[in-house]
Design a protein around this ligand. Structure first.
Ligand code: NAD
Length: 539
């Protein structure tokens, strides 16, 4: 069985700006870097989403029953399908998001194939049952316990538009390798990418991985279908709504939300490396990255030089599909960036580079915003309380590293953070104090693409983990199968609760809790003298 056109097979070809559809069921994206209308995609109805989930539920037992290597064999073909579509994927991701082709390749395609290949090798090992309590189980409870990792059933994945290809796979791939079927709802902002993903799923049996298209209505229908587990990647605001809707069905959710990530530049940092790393961390994907640097704390003694290097390097960034910095992807994002920048300048921020009037100007609905660096960030500014998610970087001067750590934790929420220093001790000390889901030393943000490392947030930036063994196990229920190793024997803690039984169990509690060896010894003696009577009581 191949092919996955369960629902939404319609893909209407590109139209001109004059005849954009009036039909609300059509998603009609416009290239944010070009202003050109792109292929339209039909949005699925709530009923179709429910049908997709029902079909995924029907085929789930067969997919779960497949040998893990059999699943790997089929999922490998998805990776090979991506190979055959490489140029097309780069092209479509680039034009739908407005990002440079280099970023479509390095941020969407590469981490996806790396992750798929990694799970192909590791997943069969990680889904295997494990023995636990090898010593304690048999000696204390006369049982042997095995943990079986069982798939949930149907996993619903909802993904955003900033890395529309990779982030769809980030949830869907581990769910599939774990033996779940998946219904994926990619972002309505980049529906063409959803259509590509649908094609990459074609080597899988029908219904194992289904793409449904649409916005909040389709997403809400998926949550309410309900599914057995959800993986949501998106904004904290939508995350809250989804958590509430999922609670109605007690559906467990992985929440991968946003961040206002901090970078800390210490006084002993290699400033050339730190300025290049922070520049990339702040402006990659035009700053539309959950783990983008949204504030950099620089120790005073090196702040002038750091700022100078940062500004120099920012000047060489080309805003171009063939360059380093693309356009923004959504109009809402452009408005947020402009509002945050105007407000920050109004409230004392000093413009160091870029600005509202700088860089490429916008025509026919293009969404360019220049990479912008400001000096200063304060509580009154909108960017202090909201994630910007755009190419706007405030530099904040601090007295020392302790102040930087305190402000990193107090002045925003961190999906990830970075520390820039030459000293291993300092790196260890600072990283142990920073509140974030990932802390990188002399690097920023790239570990979402390192499938062996856990990826996820703390606090406002979310909960649950993707990537690595933690990511795979998010989509597996650990079920304990406990077997008596002495089936002919009745357990000590069964009825009746006569005196020898209670004395034996009390002595056991004393052995386990007594602080002094002499007390432990006394309790052990009592245990030995009562256990025979307790066992007799059970005959
Ligand atoms: P968003 O929350 O607006 O939308 C995300 C997805 O949720 C979309 O597919 C959307 O259609 C869907 N959706 C909207 N309303 C819904 C509802 N009521 N029920 C179900 N689904 C619904 O986010 P966005 O603007 O697409 O993405 C930007 C945000 O995502 C930023 O906050 C960014 O930090 C975050 N993000 C997080 C990660 C991560 O790994 N932690 C990665 C990328 C982006």
């Amino acid at each position: 069985m191949t092919g996955n056109n369960l629902v939404n097979e319609e893909l209407v070809m590109a139209q001109t700006a004059d005849n954009l559809p009036q039909d609300p069921s059509m998603l009609a994206p416009v290239g944010p870097a070009s202003g050109k209308p792109l292929a339209q995609v039909r949005s699925n109805t709530a009923e179709e989403v429910r049908e997709a989930v029902a079909h995924a539920r029907k085929v789930a037992p067969d997919w779960a029953a497949l040998d893990p290597r059999g699943r790997v064999h089929l999922l490998k073909q998805v990776r090979h399908r991506i190979y055959g579509m490489l140029d097309e994927i780069i092209q479509v991701v680039s034009e739908q998001c407005g990002k440079p082709r280099a970023e479509a390749l390095t941020h969407d395609v590469l981490p996806t194939v790396l992750m798929l290949q990694y799970f192909e090798r590791m997943a069969p090992r990680w889904v295997r049952p494990e023995r636990v309590g090898r010593l304690l189980g048999p000696s204390l409870f006369a049982t042997a316990s095995r943990v079986e990792f069982r798939p949930f059933g149907v996993v619903g994945c909802i993904s955003p538009w900033n890395y529309p290809f990779f982030l769809s796979f980030l949830g869907a791939a581990p769910a599939l390798f774990a033996g779940n079927t998946v219904v994926l709802k990619p972002s309505e902002v980049t529906p063409g990418v959803g259509e590509l993903i649908r094609r990459t799923f074609e080597p899988l049996p029908v219904g194992v991985a289904t793409v449904v298209q649409g916005g909040g209505v389709a997403g809400a229908a998926l949550v309410d279908a309900p599914v057995d587990k959800l993986c949501f990647i998106g904004s904290p605001g939508t995350g809250r709504k989804i958590a509430e809707a999922a609670a109605k069905h007690l559906t467990p959710v992985v929440m991968e939300l946003g961040g206002q990530d901090a970078a800390i530049v210490c006084d002993d940092a290699d400033l050339d490396v730190a300025s290049s790393g922070v520049l990339w961390g702040a402006f990659m994907n035009a700053g539309q990255t959950c783990a983008a640097v949204e504030r950099v704390y620089v120790v005073d003694s090196v702040a002038d030089r750091f700022e100078e290097l940062l500004v120099d390097k920012a000047a060489s960034l080309r805003q171009d599909p063939e360059g380093e910095v693309g356009s923004l992807t959504s109009e809402r994002q452009l408005e947020t960036v402009r509002r945050h920048l105007a407000d920050a300048l109004d409230k004392g921020g000093k413009l160091l580079s870029g600005g509202l009037e700088a860089g490429r100007s916008n025509h026919n609905g293009t969404l360019w915003a220049a990479p912008t660096i400001i000096d200063g960030r304060s509580e009154e500014m909108a960017l202090f309380s909201e994630e910007t998610f755009g190419p706007l970087l405030p530099v904040i001067r601090v007295r020392d590293e302790d102040e930087a750590v305190r402000r990193t934790n107090e002045e925003g929420f961190n999906l990830t953070s970075s520390v820039w220093t030459r000293s291993r001790d300092k790196a260890r000390r600072i990283s142990s104090q920073v509140k974030a889901g990932s802390i990188l030393i002399n690097g920023h943000g790239h570990t979402a693409g390192a499938p062996w490392t856990p990826w996820g947030g703390v606090g406002e930036s979310g909960y649950g983990r993707l990537n690595g063994i933690y990511g795979l196990r998010e989509f597996l229920v650990p079920v304990n199968v406990s077997t008596s190793i002495a089936p002919g024997l009745k357990s000590l803690w069964w009825y009746p609760y006569g005196e020898p039984t209670t004395k034996t169990l009390r002595a056991f509690a004393e052995v386990m809790s007594a602080p002094k060896l002499s007390d432990k010894g006394r309790a052990l003696k009592s245990l030995m003298s009562n256990i025979g009577g307790a066992l007799k009581e059970k005959l």
